[in-house]
Design a protein around this ligand. Sequence first.
Ligand code: ZN
Length: 611
Amino acid sequence: MESAHPVVYRLIPINPAAHLFEVHCTVERPDAAGQEFFMPAWIPGSYMIRDFAKNVISFRAESSNGPVNVKKTDKQTWKCTEAAGPLTAIYQVYAYDLSVRGAYLDTTRGFFNGTSVFVCPKGCESHPCQLLVEPPNGSEFSNWRVATAMQCAADTELYQFGHYQADNYDELIDHPVEMGTFDRVEFEVAEVAHEIVISGRHDADMDRLGRDLKQICQTHIRLFGELPPLTRYVFLVTVVGDGYGGLEHRASCSLLCSRYDLPQTGAEDVGEDYRKFLGLCSHEYFHTWNVKRIKPDLFVPYDLSRETHTQQLWAFEGITSYYDDLGLFRAGLIDLTSYLELLGQTATRVWRSPGRFKQSIAESSFDAWTKFYKQDENAANAITSYYTKGGLLALTLDMHIRQLTDDRNSLDTVMRRLWGEFGKRGIGLVEGEIERIASEVAGHDLSDFFQTYLYGTAELPVDNALSHIGIQFLQRRSVGSDDKGGAEKQQSELLQVSFGAQSENDPSGVRLTVVFENGAAQHAGLSAGDVIVAINENKIDKARFDKLLAGAQPGVEWVVHVFRRDELMRFTVILQEAMEDTIYLTIDEQATADQVRSRDLWCWNDPGSDK
Ligand code: ZN
């Protein structure tokens, strides 16, 4: 067999001010029938068609004989009609997407995912890839460096522009690359170098970040028993004024956060914002096992040309969402009260969505591409989240297994088996496999459990599940539009009524963003997008609206004037009694010794543990 010739890429930040990369992709021996080059339609980890080819500009090709004819055959494929090698495709990519899913270039920094910039020569998917990353031209860029988990070639040192390499296209596009000036802090876990790379304006306590992330990494490694084989792991963090997002990769993750989420030098507490950032890091690091290696068989390999539907996303995002915050608690970075606040907020998000009775978690996974990722004003009424409700399903399953096995086994056991039997061996999971393993670990057929809560839309018995560890699940009414749940409130603060909508401030009044099914607003005929300009014929703003609601009684009628588009309309809203849709959790002070023991085992607080 002919040895696979490498595909050679060259990436040039050719015009940072115009946000343009230029890419050259050379195939030594092109397909004699005409070489095709294609761009991915989506990026693994983010289940939506993004059509990265839309940012490709002036595609052309050259061979040793000169210019080659190129014909576009679909939205993301270019076919070169002449076959003489070596054949080089040359194109520019417009890169001005600050998200973790895309590519970005300006005069201050560059960042890219391979899915946004690299075409794949058809037939060469498994060939090794060589990449030359060039610096932008100009003395103002002379202090730029490169950060990526991609392997450097022998002639290039870490952080230098130069040659990098990947075993195949799948690996090439799984190592995002940052270029610019950035701060770094290193730490070692399981004898593997880890580092945090921060670009963007910030004033973070880097040493503390290193210490805290090390604790998180150790906690997840302890759960799975080992780190997957890695030479390095990189947290690539982009800091902005306001932003949030993360995307997992095999040896790194990309994070977007606010500079105000990062710990300031001198501060020692874990406030709400820093807790959110730590939760994001914990989430993406957990994915190093769960979804980057333990993955659906449909993702082995990925078909990046179109949607790949699976009912299993809940296991990769829901289970990961359960362990991300739990990991902070197990690592000792937050206490039980802080953890229960987070869990109560997650439950509140689920309990406020009537859509959970219409769409199952399995359906939410399957339709992620067109529903979860394309939410509109009706999402709360129509869909559920495989992240939040999936996370609560993971919690419920964990407690169920603990109950059934007298705490000998748990979801931790399931994860270790998934790693050892599938992830570690590179075997994908078929539909139903995770349920089968959970049943084995529980020593019980869990088909009914999954039928009811994963494939059905029954309310999750989170209250019953948490009683296993002596935690009380409590419901109350909201205290207002800023109430995210998770905390107890005085009876006197609770709203008596519900308007049946979410709203935001608008220059001319109050804009309805969500109108809940069967709520007071919908019964009156109000719609999302309506701007309330007067209540009982008096001008209104958001602050006044919230105050009126806080003082109102169920059954009261309001005359509501709204603009729908440019048309003034009048409605009568009869305020409804508020629902107990806000969750908070408390430690049961009357818990039995068995419940306390189960709680200690769950959070790894057992005496004699190596924590
Ligand atoms: Zn995730």
